[in-house]
Write a protein that binds this ligand. Sequence first.
Ligand code: ADP
Ligand code: MG
Length: 357
Amino acid sequence: APVIQLKGLGKSFDGKQIIAGLDLNVNDGEFLTILGPSGCGKTTVLRLIAGFENADAGQIVIAGKDVTGIPAEQRNVNTVFQSYALFPHMTVFENVAFGLRMQKVAESEIEPRVMEALRMVQLENFAPRKPHQLSGGQQQRVAIARAVVNKPKVLLLDESLSALDYKLRKQMQIELKQLQRKLGITFIFVTHDQEEALSMSDRIIVMRSGNVEQDGSPREIYEEPENLFVARFIGEINVFDAVVKERLDETRVLANVEGRPSMIHCKLAVSPGDKVKVLLRPEDIRLEEINNGDEAQGIIGYIRERTYKGMTLDSVVELETGTSVMVSEFFNEDDPDVDHSLDQKVAVTWVESWEVV
Ligand code: ADP
Ligand code: MG
């Protein structure tokens, strides 16, 4: 059974509906990420689950128990915020012990449990320090230790890594994921960072204005976005207008894309003449240089911009139809010569594409 069930959850602020009938099941031990732009209602969902806000409508079930209307401290859920808000005058040990003391856990139990939690975040040697003697990443780890020390069923993390600088954030993403696996606690992680969501999650919910736009694995969300919002929110994407010519088989149709007959991936029920949008990631596009007299297969275009990115060479190609296309080519041993000059004539092709009507 799912460890968390949200049923028809609704919440308004000042007469404005922020969450409208949200249904969501979270499985035991799952790392679920709620991903969406700022202001879409992510924090509100977490605060409703935690019990810091009361829902106007719907039901919240945690571990089989209806907790709607029950106070936060009785919900078996802890929260880690972006600003970790440690008590500055207390040692690391006392910060982590605080919740246990509040719960009147026996003194003899406190020491081993605090040290176990600190060991999990690799800070057992920092127990006597004060927060100001720690780096930002270490402080965030203390906040995590404090949140897991009383072994909650569910841990809610609201933009918990967003305040850290790039390198530390990457490292903490891996550590947090490992910790979650080790503890077996269900994590509901909120972020507006698509790369973070893709790399950490078992499952991602993409939210927009309080609604779920897509619910799927990281691969499904990235490779098979269900609509233009999801496609554009998760990474770079090219969108072409196309007209269906004929269905080839269950998953493919022949369509006119930028004036050229092309095979596209399409599972939707479409008929000849229907207009569809074809979505192509920059890394799914191939470029072949055309030099005087070469026979070219593909849509003709010209390199108008090129940006060296280390792992990839990113280009903007202007097609003869006027459309601009973003292309990302990897450097690898099979293709040592990825390097185009400006205004180079190229043929544009692709293997896989995804469509949205
Ligand atoms: P996110 O975390 O995705 O950025 P929030 O859940 O914080 O979004 O906010 C969603 C919307 O609800 C925003 O428009 C915000 O201004 C509004 N909101 C959130 N909390 C309150 C509140 N306590 N009072 C009034 N409006 C709020
Ligand atoms: Mg927020």
